[in-house]
Write a protein that binds this ligand. Structure first.
Ligand code: E4P
Length: 243
């Protein structure tokens, strides 16, 4: 199994933990990211002590309608890894954006699409020490190419595969099985999650990171039996607390 942490990540983690706003016990476990462009949502979930990073994409940024750079910087103050996606589609444009975004803050991870131009950008970034996350990965071959080009993270989109009538989690199983044979230092990030079971299944497969939409993240701590149990404890305590 590939090691999920590397020195720079560990350093960043230490800093965020010292700031009191990252998942305190996350080193060596599956990291949990929030899939959003809402700074308020990042602050809300970061306060739980379980959040390791954020992924954004142009759709999420457009939905919030706020300044991209300011949004990314505000998130970088909360978590040690924030994926900021390039919008150019040619190598020259992506390279320029990668240089620009990575200069904003050391927590920025440049998100690059899984295209041939994207592969060139990944190789450029690896050479320059710019951290990258490859987005729109839908096959094992794409995962292998992105990892070989130097991606730090690859993001297979399981929900969109499910939507297209395939089993997205099978792709994660394929990638993790292939990874177990080699020494890729590329983390596998399960993206496009749609419901809480996706997160549990990603952990069972040993995925390194799972990114979770805000509404799904808010459901992760909940269980009806926990609520019932709390209610019963409260009532039982009230019945004797007066005596
Ligand atoms: C990941 O980085 C992407 O932002 C995200 O998971 C896409 O999910 P969607 O298929 O729900 O748009």
């Amino acid at each position: 199994m590939v090691q999920s942490t590397e020195p720079k990540t560990r350093k960043l983690w230490g800093r965020a933990v010292a700031a009191g706003n990252a998942g305190l016990y996350s080193s060596g476990t599956m990291k949990l990211f929030l899939d959003t462009a809402s700074v308020e949502a990042v602050k809300e979930i970061a306060a739980w002590g379980v959040l390791d990073g954020v992924t954004t994409n142009p759709t999420l940024v457009a939905k919030e309608g706020k300044n991209f750079r300011k949004t990314v910087l505000a998130m970088c103050a909360c978590v040690p890894e924030v994926s900021a996606q390039v919008t150019a589609s040619d190598f020259e444009g992506m390279r320029k954006q990668a240089d620009e975004y990575s200069g904003w803050h050391e927590h920025v991870v440049v998100k690059v699409p899984m295209t041939i131009e994207g592969l060139k950008t990944l190789a450029y970034c690896r050479q320059k020490g710019i951290r990258t996350n490859t987005t729109l990965v839908f096959s094992l071959n794409q995962a292998i190419l992105a990892a070989k080009a130097g991606a730090n993270i690859i993001s297979p989109f399981i929900g969109r595969l499910d939507d297209a009538g395939q089993n997205g989690m099978e792709l994660i199983a394929e990638i993790m099985a292939a990874w177990s044979h080699y020494d890729f230092d590329t983390e596998v990030l399960v993206a496009s999650t749609r419901h809480p079971r996706h997160i549990a299944e990603a952990a069972q497969l040993g995925a390194h990171i799972c990114t979770v939409p805000v509404d799904v993240f808010r459901r992760l701590p909940l269980h009806p039996l926990t609520d019932l149990g709390m209610e019963r404890f409260r009532k039982d305590w009230e019945s004797v607390s007066g005596s």
